[in-house]
Write a protein that binds this ligand. Structure first.
Ligand code: B4P
Length: 207
């Protein structure tokens, strides 16, 4: 018999947890907003948590800003600590939607351990697939209005994509070992992509 994590059955646990995965600008934040209202999940975005620290000018935020402004990732222990606190702060959640986390293999392994302690696991990793040129266009466009310093300079945007290819793309390989990754075409209208995501979620979870 296959180990439990390889069985393509609905999760026995009443919680359901999703990772929305993809390069910067692939639509993770955009689709997360729609998915949390459709499924009532708790949204955990490390990008949003870090921007909260930056706007509150905390020591963590000041350290994070110097890295984010260069297109680099923030250290694993910082984001793992933030996620661990957020999980503890939401004991009654129906499930979590992880957006922009995990971004390294060490983060993925830490997340698996944290969820195991809560007797749950990742149900599916939905990986948005978007070409590099489309990513650069979207982020440059967002930079015109977002006020985000990491969106205004094409070199920094390309560095973020290179950082993704170096460190984050292997996270999909990690979850592929457990047969949890589903690739989703991330180009098209926001609603078309949302429908593709919902189809995959509805196959796996009762809600
Ligand atoms: P994040 O905040 O996670 O965000 P992101 O990668 O920039 O983009 P996202 O994918 O959410 O954007 P979206 O497509 O919704 O990260 C920021 C930084 O924080 C990182 O670079 C890193 O330094 C740091 N960080 C965060 N998490 C970390 C971690 N775990 N470890 C270490 N460091 C971490 O939106 C992009 C644009 O596309 C929007 O303008 C949107 O309107 C548009 N768009 C979306 N869908 C579209 C569609 N279908 N068609 C056309 N445009 C679309």
């Amino acid at each position: 018999m296959q180990p439990l994590y390889l069985q393509n059955t609905r999760l026995a646990s009443s919680m359901f947890n999703i990772i929305l995965f993809g390069p910067p600008g692939s639509g993770k934040g955009t689709q997360s907003e729609k998915l949390i209202s459709a499924y009532g999940l708790k949204h955990l975005s490390t990008g949003d948590l870090l921007r909260g620290e930056i706007s509150n000018k905390t020591p963590l935020g000041l350290e994070a800003k110097t890295l984010i402004d260069k297109g680099l990732l923030v250290p694993d222990e910082v984001v793992i600590g933030m996620i661990s606190s957020a999980l503890d702060a939401n004991p009654g959640a129906k499930g979590f939607l992880f957006d922009g986390f995990p971004r390294t293999r060490a983060q993925a392994e830490a997340l698996d351990k944290l969820l195991k302690l809560k007797n749950t696991e990742i149900g599916v990793v939905l990986a948005l697939d978007v070409s590099e040129e489309e990513l650069v266009n979207r982020l440059m466009n967002r930079g015109l209005t977002s006020g985000r310093s990491d969106d205004t300079n094409e070199n920094i945007i390309r560095e973020r994509i290179a950082e993704y290819n170096r460190k984050t793309s292997p996270v999909a390989d990690y979850y592929r070992e457990f047969d949890k990754v589903v690739k989703i075409k991330g180009e098209g209208t926001v609603d078309e992509i949302f429908e593709l995501l919902k189809k995959e979620i509805d196959k796996r979870f009762d809600h």
